[in-house]
Design a protein around this ligand. Structure first.
Ligand SMILES: [Cu+2]
Length: 215
């Protein structure tokens, strides 16, 4: 008898939990922007970094730790986008040592010949492009792009990037690509609550993307 009483209560408990889940997953009236990135021939452009900057007022800081791995003598991922103020670590998953560095004005640093995960992550606190290299393996190259906004995304192989969780308001959508021939002009969008905006960028590519310099 006691067991059946327990069973009677259980569905009620589950239902209550479900209700809470439904309320928690409400979008909170946030808007989103879907970006369509193409090269000059109209092909999908992967790894376009896009970010939304509110036209009025500062963007909130939501920097969370980032990571760029080294695996099979390659940086993974090729392109990382972070908000200014983010700590990024560079774990080495290879059996050999790497020597990661950047000479970019937005962040000059060096992690001398090391194995495993460095004890201290690197702080990226200035917006702009950071080109990564390895002192041992010249072919290793990757990019970190630092933005002054928590609302950013990177285009996938289909050239689609989706910036989510935007409060209603006016924004400029900015874009950057590591092989761009010129910086694309920002696009203005006005977003109402719960609205899905669309932006399109066509980005010209230079023949050689930037490499770490001063080697
Ligand atoms: Cu290396």
């Amino acid at each position: 008898m006691g067991t059946s009483g327990y069973k009677d209560i259980l569905p009620g408990v589950k239902w209550a939990v479900k209700l809470v889940t439904i309320f928690a997953s409400l979008p909170g009236f946030a808007a989103s922007v879907t970006v369509n990135a193409k090269d000059p021939l109209g092909n999908p452009l992967q790894d376009l970094v896009v970010w939304a900057v509110p036209k009025e007022g500062p963007a909130p800081s939501r920097a969370r730790p980032g990571m760029v791995e080294q695996r099979n003598k390659a940086f993974i991922p090729l392109v990382t986008v972070v908000q200014a103020g983010t700590l990024v670590n560079f774990p080495n998953r290879d059996e050999i040592r790497h020597h990661v560095y950047s000479f970019s004005p937005a962040r000059r640093f060096e992690i001398k010949l090391y194995a495993g995960t460095p004890a201290d992550p690197i702080l990226f606190d200035k917006s702009g492009e950071v080109v990564l290299g390895c002192n041992i393996h010249d072919h290793m190259i990757a990019y970190i792009y630092v933005v002054d906004s928590p609302w950013f995304a990177k285009s996938d192989k289909d050239g689609i990037a989706r910036i989510e969780g935007l409060p209603a308001g006016d924004y400029d959508i900015h874009a950057w690509h590591y092989a761009q021939d010129a910086r694309p002009a920002p696009l203005g969008v006005k977003l109402r609550a719960d609205e899905a905006g669309v932006a399109a960028f066509a980005v010209g590519r230079r023949p050689m993307p930037p490499r770490p310099t001063a080697k």
